[in-house]
Each structure stands twice: as C-alpha cells, then as structure tokens.
Design a protein around this ligand. Sequence first.
Ligand SMILES: [Zn+2]
Length: 260
Amino acid sequence: MSHPILNSPWAYACEPFAVSDHAYYVGNTWVGSYLLDSGDGLILIDCGMPQTVYQIFESIRKLGFDPRDIRLILVSHAHYDHAGGAEAIRQYTGAELYLGKEDLPFIGHPELLLSDLIHCPDFQVDHVYEDEHPLCLGRFTVRTIHTPGHTPGARSFFFEDTSDGAVQLCGMHGGLGFKTLKREFLEQHQLPLELQSVFYETLLSLRELPVTIALGSHPGHTHMLERFAAKKGNENPLIDPEFWPAFMAERAEAFQREVL
Ligand SMILES: [Zn+2]
C-alpha cells in the first residue's frame, strides 16, 4: 500500500495550529500528529512517515518548541503512516516510545505495517500501554483506551486541556480505517475475524465519552483542517460537544453497512 504523499511530501505540508491551549496539530494534510506541551517536556502523538518527519520538526519549531524536548512518543498503531517516522524521532529526541502490545508482532512485517512498497524502519518500543495507568507528564494526563480493530493493538487517546476559558476533553480515535478489517485482509494475515465485532462495539461505547474536541488520527476524519480554516474571531472552531458522539455513531453505522 502506498500513498502519493511519499513521492512529494512537501505538497502535503500543513501549518501547525493550536487545538486547545496547550495541544497543537503538527501533522500534514493527510495524516495527523499532535504535540502536547506539558510544561515539563513535550508529548508527541503519532509520527508520520520517514518522509514527513522533517515537517513535524518544522511545525514544532514554528510553534516555538524544540523537538529535542519530546519526552514521550505515543504511537496509536503500527502502520507505516503513524509509526514510520517513529524510530528517527525516538533516536533524535531520546524520548520513550509507547505502543499497544498487540501491535508488537507487526514490527518488521511490511505486509502488516502496510509498508510493502516503502521502507518502514523497525522501531524500538520502550513501553506498552497499560490502559489502567494513564500517562502523566506535567499538566497532562493522557488516558489510553484499547480500541482494537483497525489493528489489534490500536489505542485511542483522551486528555483534558483548557480552551475558550473552560476545560475541554480532547479525544482521538486511534484507528478508524475499514480496509484492514475486511474479512479477506484478516484471513490473509491470520488476524482474528472477531476484530470486526470488537471494533464495532468499541465505537458504540466510545460514543458515550463527553469529548468536546474531536481530533482526527487523519484530519479528514473530523474535517479539522476545514473547520479550523473557517475560524471566525477568537473562538476555537473545534469545540463541539455534539461532534464526537455523532462521529462515532456515523463510523459504526458505516462499518455495519460496508463491512459487517
Ligand atoms: Zn492505520
């Protein structure tokens, strides 16, 4: 599997912007990455591809931070577009890298990383998520929820931050694409078919979370870039308590229609 971004990553560059008072979008126009300024070091969620690491660093510097202050790297799942840049960033920053333990067997397997047409370097995992223990650094407490399906170990992230003068719950579902959940893909890669039903059930249960800022692991999932571009005045255009439950319900319904 490949994507035109790999041939011309510069065409997908995106200006960084704040999604809440201390969290920032530092991804490109196709795949998301987020920077959390904890006040005691930085947290990076997702790493793009080797070809786009320079853009993540450029965005971090534009925001006035130093990539070398990244202390935690949280990878949502082991696919080349979220984990491809992980090892370069880990080595440059010395940060500790987290991945879901169920995705560990993917490392070194291009057909599972969806990286058969490009090189997705192996990356060292320092810790696996323990969902009962949120990750705490400075002002941030990041809660992880195991949301298997898109990959067996996919994690979704939830954290509170302020924006527009109030506390907001930011949430990012860690893997929403259906392609790797189709029966043929699962059978071909000897992955359990039950990932389909768990994925569906998890979407329904996540719908109940009071997320007020929905982040996209790919920005297109939540139309974040368009919503941000339409910003008027000082209000944060991403704050919308109705967006998240509708988004989870829509994905569940689409999954039922297209895959189940
Ligand atoms: Zn993926």
